[in-house]
Design a protein around this ligand. Sequence first.
Ligand code: ADP
Ligand code: ZN
Length: 610
Amino acid sequence: MTTIDTAAAANTDALEILHRVFGYDSFRGQQAEIIQQVIGGGDALVLMPTGGGKSLCYQIPALVRPGTGVVISPLIALMQDQVDALSALGVRAAFLNSTQDGAERMRVEAAFLAGQLDLLYLAPERLRMDSTGDLLDRANIALFAIDEAHCVSQWGHDFRPDYLQLSVLHERWPSVPRIALTATATEQTHQEIVRRLDLGGSAQFVSSFDRPNIQYRIEPKNQPLQQLLALIRGEHPGDAGIVYCLSRASVEKTAEFLVENGIPALPYHAGLDSSVRQRNQSRFLREDGIVMVATIAFGMGIDKPDVRFVAHLDLPKSVEGYYQETGRAGRDGLPSTAWLAYGLQDVVQQRRMIDSSEGDRAHRLRLSQHLDAMLALCETLECRRVQLLAYFGESSTACGNCDTCLNPPEGWDGTIPAQKLLSTVVRLARERNQKFGAQHIIDILLGKRNARVEQQGHDSMSTFGIGGELGEQEWRGVVRQLLAQGLLGVNSDGYGTLVLTEASAGVLDGTRRVSLRREPERAAKAAKKSAVAATVPAEAAPLFEKLREWRAGEAREQAVPAYIIFGDATLRGIALTKPVSLDQLAQISGVGEKKLEAYGTALLEIVAAG
Ligand code: ADP
Ligand code: ZN
């Protein structure tokens, strides 16, 4: 065959597998090109957002090329589910990691050597062992897929030392194509992956990082738990979601609060016993509608497609982290929410943490840049998505699906209030050994004669009571925004004492104007159905719910996550089209050969009964 014939044949094979095995109509985005590149034996670096469809990019080439596709993944706890999901599609997959006993490992190795596996998942630490090298030498390898490739980057937040040795793949098995994949998008990470994995000569596929189905919203934090409850009850009743908190204690407290209020919530943080963590994660994956309350220790590689919301109760430390975490919502492409509540205390706390963090000056500077970018996102008057994508080097136009687009905030000239506030800080700074945080300053501006103010004699200050034009919440907003803009600082004394910064001088002497953002009132949303159910027209809703019930029973019986049976998007497709024959059912996205055979009749019966 000529090269063109080979390419054409590869294309047909790939498309045939997409239809037959996965039950999908067409490739998405750059999938077709990437798959072609790897089938042809070339290397590829794939930067694609979460939910973009990275897995098919190595799964299909592994099925087309002779031999087994070896997938390096740091996510040991999820390998079982990945293998189960593939088995449900009729793909022969297995994994090797430290959770197995010797007998099980030997069984997998034997199948691998006998050429009976399409895909083998491997934990990176296994490559440190000589025995693994020997095993790979003796087998026929179709490709190496390096999943979560950003783990090789020290700049990022998920660094895994074992990833550094992955350059050995290329040196020892130069003729095996490699495909490295990640959903981390910054240029630094991208370059570091290329350098460390020696992928300079490989084809690079950089997708848009936009996640149009996710609605981004950031609101001021007043009563965070009540705000969270309103979000869940009002917009996501019965939906699966993730709530991120900064500390273990707040994880526990939040999970308890949700449970008391009738929401099925589970905690997850590094302080829990690993068996508890594992059990909670597995319930989150297997059952419908669980809310996981977690520190950022949770979530990497969680490929549950129907997470309908990701809520942050504390300010994330970087835009990169925030985008990764929110990206866990809505992998199935259906409407989802990314919601963040953030307040004055977050800024004070994070600035303080940076000041007292270990590491050199350069490290602190980096942390501080990360925080500034995150704050700029929170305080923007522009479209959130435009700003997020710009952070990843992408330009775009106002999205219409974020809070600032839907409910544009007003900007206002806050120069005078800022001057009043900063003058108060100046006056307090003259008092020796006194620590005054935001609340005390606001009390002075509002002319509150409380015990502390009177005791310190601050009711005779010239700025006492001059701030009546704003309410307490608004003043907190001013403090927060001045902190965010670097016009006000936090002392590293551990008390959150507010201090001037170099940039404050310009505000005080009137050479610098201060623009601030007025928080729009949150439009109260009427309680409604879950986000996905809301996309199913009323007449199809009862059938959709019946299908979900059937799926839950099936998942319980087989002890696999519900989405391994079918995703919401597929059930929605069935509820909408009401197929009456197996042929019609096979046309629906997500219904491949194996699942048609396993569930076709049952589904048709449910449709007919509905
Ligand atoms: P990623 O690993 O990039 O986060 P996945 O590989 O998990 O994304 O894919 C996200 C979801 O999209 C999965 O449910 C997957 O089955 C589905 N998907 C991927 N490619 C296609 C396609 N071409 N057509 C329809 N659905 C797809
Ligand atoms: Zn927008």
